[in-house]
Write a protein that binds this ligand. Structure first.
Ligand SMILES: [Zn+2]
Length: 135
C-alpha cells in the first residue's frame, strides 16, 4: 500500500504540489540564505504575496534602508543601500556607501562638495548626523 500526501500551502491550505518557489523564513533580501523551506511548503501565490506586499514595502521604506545600511546587510545582488547624513559644520548632505573597499563618502547630488572638503581638510576624524526619515 502506498500512502500519498498532497502538499498544501502552510498559509492558504491550497494545493501547492506544483509550486516552485522556496520560502525564506527570514527574507533572503535581508541576508537569510540558511533558513529556507523547500518548494511546495508555500504556494507560489502566497510566496509572491509576501514578497510584494510585506518584504518590498519594508525594504523600500526609510527604516528598511537605514537598517540595512547600518547593519551592512546586502540584498540578493550584494548591494548595501546608500546611507544619508549631514556634515554639521559644512551643512553638506552626504551619501555614504559601503562596498568591498570600505566606507565611501560623497556629497549628495546637488550639494556643494567644496564646502564639505574644505571643512574636513587636515582632520583625521569628523562627525556626521544621520538624516531622519525623508518620507
Ligand atoms: Zn498559499
Amino acid at each position: 500500500m502506498v500512502m500519498y500526501f498532497m502538499m498544501c500551502c502552510i498559509f492558504c491550505k491550497n494545493n501547492s504540489e506544483n509550486s516552485k518557489s522556496k520560502e525564506h523564513i527570514i527574507p533572503e533580501s535581508i541576508g537569510n540564505k540558511e533558513y529556507v523551506l523547500p518548494p511546495r511548503w508555500v504556494c507560489d501565490s502566497c510566496n509572491n504575496y509576501f514578497s510584494r506586499k510585506v518584504e518590498a514595502p519594508f525594504l523600500e521604506s526609510w527604516y528598511g534602508k537605514i537598517s540595512r545600511f547600518e547593519m551592512r546587510i546586502p540584498n540578493k545582488k550584494g548591494r548595501i543601500p546608500v546611507g544619508t547624513g549631514v556634515h554639521p559644520y559644512s551643512r553638506t548632505k552626504l551619501d555614504l556607501l559601503f562596498d568591498k573597499d570600505g566606507l565611501s563618502i560623497f556629497s549628495a547630488s546637488g550639494e556643494d562638495e567644496t564646502r564639505f572638503v574644505k571643512s574636513i581638510q587636515g582632520k583625521v576624524n569628523f562627525t556626521f548626523h544621520r538624516l531622519e526619515n525623508q518620507n
